[in-house]
Write a protein that binds this ligand. Structure first.
Ligand SMILES: [Zn+2]
Length: 92
């Protein structure tokens, strides 16, 4: 499920939509998957539920990340991400 689209417009809430927990503003890392692209965003301002960890983004933040996704090849840094298939994990 794409949470970026899902959480748009709910940003004004002071309480978590799911668990009614307290929401705090902080900068987070966010992994965004778009098609077969995976982009790691850093220092993203977000509203995060203290209780369940649900993350909410303001519409302008979503817009900025969408823009970043389109310009992923211009990123200054890249990281290697381990890829593990379930089949490997259950191999005996
Ligand atoms: Zn919550």
């Amino acid at each position: 499920m794409d949470r970026l689209a899902d959480t748009e417009g709910r940003i004004a809430m002071k309480r978590c939509y799911f668990c009614k927990g307290e929401i705090v503003t902080k900068e987070i890392r966010h992994i965004h998957q778009w098609g077969d692209k995976i982009i790691l965003f850093e220092g993203i301002p977000a509203e995060v539920c203290r209780q369940c960890g649900e993350v909410y983004f303001a519409p302008d933040i979503v817009e900025a990340m969408d823009k970043g996704t389109m310009q992923a090849e211009k990123a200054k840094e890249s990281v290697k991400i381990p890829v593990i298939s379930y089949r490997e994990l259950v191999k005996t």
